[in-house]
Write a protein that binds this ligand. Structure first.
Ligand code: AMP
Length: 494
């Protein structure tokens, strides 16, 4: 089924329900949302866009983003969302790799593409003529048809296109209702993280339910603005990367706001340190739910429930809070050993997943596909273990594990310890080549704690060989556009 049916159905059932907002200003109700999407679809047809073609969106978070998305789907094409912070050359790489027919952008971002030759037609979304309304049913799409070509954030090498189908998004959305949160027409989806990533994928269940969609007027992440919007709309749902949760907590504490109107903050996309989520949940109350996913299995490997995030009574509550929760209902999750055999509870290995939310392939990249999909399983590249109760704990990306003197050091474990020091704001641990030991442990630290204090903390909490040999102070850690720490850059610095 073409996912745009969800918009059409909601518009038929509740045409006057408020749908799209820029800040607190309503831009369209559901009838208007559908009509605008139909106008985009109609225009695309006049530009010869056919089923299966790729149409890119290179925009910051705006309500028009969602309009373009549904217009593209109605016309049977697939969307290629491109992070608005990318450099023109990176955008050009994606456009060429996806063989996008055209790209919707605006005057400001379109400017960055002026100097770089691209084959795709660059179109200012504001200038699209809207007189040719697409007045039939959406072009039929099956579950296996491409809906969204997601370019991996590229913390290493060139980004790859993950093929996300209509069927995968539908399974993700239905699983969300069962495993993460119930969505109703009274809810508000607030897009504080880029729509080109997981936050954008989350629009679909909110469209299906007839909820409101709000893009902050700043089009970025500003803790004060988010708190104001939450108080204004109420029943706000948002996705936030762990760094955003930390900033939101700091912002709310400074403003003495308890986050009135925040209903659900889904966090994920990177490690959330226990101290940070304890602080956030004590301040805001039971609003947090964690998800673990990756582009190749979007938002739907596992989840840690609201109840688990708040639990302080269970004997394992700390370990559970450090975990990424339990497998979501639509997927099988296993820990694979080196010989491909599933490992028993408690043992560490590569996390692998299968089910209807897993990608069929990388876009036109058979070599990468063969590496990622093995015997029907998606090899996530994440190392972890599962306990007897089914809680999955991520140790690290397989490529980040440090091997020193033949022993494995999982950077996350060392980072957790260092972060528990009150004078450490951020930390990232990597390996540095060492003639004798193979690698040695190095910690990049943002904060004013002394080396001696950090050493003492490590000696109190972890094995001696895991203790960093060197601490390097930085004003901030290098991060990519989705807020993930770039360990490759840290290794290059070394
Ligand atoms: P991306 O495909 O860009 O969304 O990145 C996915 C990767 O982010 C995963 O393979 C994990 O390494 C990491 N990740 C996602 N969710 C979590 C989480 N809840 N906790 C820790 N790491 C996560």
């Amino acid at each position: 089924m073409n996912l745009s049916h969800w918009l059409i159905r909601t518009a038929a059932h509740t045409p006057t329900r408020p749908a799209l907002f820029r800040g607190t200003t309503q831009v369209a109700d559901y009838a208007g949302f559908e009509a605008r999407a139909r106008a985009i679809a109609g225009w695309l047809v006049t530009k010869d866009v056919r089923s299966g073609d790729r149409v890119a969106i290179f925009l910051t978070n705006t309500p028009e983003y969602l309009v373009a998305l549904y217009g593209i789907w109605m016309a049977g094409a697939a969307v290629v969302p491109i992070n608005a912070k990318l450099h023109g050359r990176e955008v050009a790489f994606i456009l060429e790799n996806a063989q996008a027919k055209l790209v919707f952008t605006d005057a400001v971002l379109g400017h960055s593409l002026k100097e770089i030759p691209v084959t795709a037609q660059v179109v200012d979304l504001c200038e699209v003529e809207t007189d040719r309304i697409f007045d039939t049913a959406p072009i039929a799409r099956s579950a296996d048809d491409l809906a969204w070509l997601f370019y991996t954030s590229g913390t290493t090498g060139q980004p790859k296109g993950v093929m996300i189908t209509h069927g995968m998004l539908m399974a993700m959305a239905l699983s969300y209702s069962v495993d993460v949160d119930h969505v109703s027409a009274e809810d508000t989806a607030l897009y504080a993280a880029p729509l080109s990533h997981g936050a954008g994928l989350y629009n679909v269940m909110h469209v299906r339910a007839g909820a409101r969609h709000v893009c902050p007027a700043s089009a970025g992440f500003d803790a004060g603005e988010i708190l104001e919007l939450a108080a204004h709309f109420g029943r706000v749902h948002m996705f936030a990367a762990p760094t955003m949760v930390k900033r939101l907590t700091e912002g709310a504490k400074a403003a003495r706001s308890r986050g009135e109107g925040l209903r659900t903050v889904v966090y994920g996309g990177g490690p959330m340190y226990v101290a940070d989520i304890v602080e956030a949940s004590e301040w805001f109350g039971p609003v947090f739910v964690q998800i673990y996913g990756q582009g190749e299995c979007p938002m739907a490997v596992s989840s840690l429930s609201r109840e688990d995030v708040m639990d302080r009574d269970h004997p394992d509550w700390q370990a559970r809070l450090a975990s990424v929760g339990r497998a979501q209902s639509v997927v099988e999750v296993q820990i694979g050993g080196p010989d491909g055999v599933a490992l028993p509870a408690g043992q560490q290995g590569e996390i692998r997943v299968r089910g209807p939310v897993v990608m069929p392939a990388y876009w036109r990249n058979a070599q990468a596909t063969a590496k990622a999909l093995q015997d029907g399983w998606l090899m996530t590249g994440d190392i972890g273990s599962m306990d007897d109760a089914g809680y999955l704990t991520l140790t690290d990306r397989s490529k980040d594990v440090i091997i020193t003197g033949g022993s494995n050091v999982y950077p996350r474990e060392v980072e957790e310890v260092l972060l528990s020091h009150p004078k450490v704001q951020e930390v990232s641990v990597v390996g540095r080549a060492h003639a004798e030991w193979g690698e040695e442990v190095v910690a990049f630290v943002v904060g004013s704690a002394s080396d001696a204090a950090l050493d003492a903390l490590c000696l109190e909490n972890i094995a001696r060989f895991k203790r960093p040999k060197t601490y390097i102070r930085l004003r901030e850690l290098p991060k990519n556009n989705y807020g993930k720490v770039l360990k490759t850059e840290l290794r290059e610095m070394l």
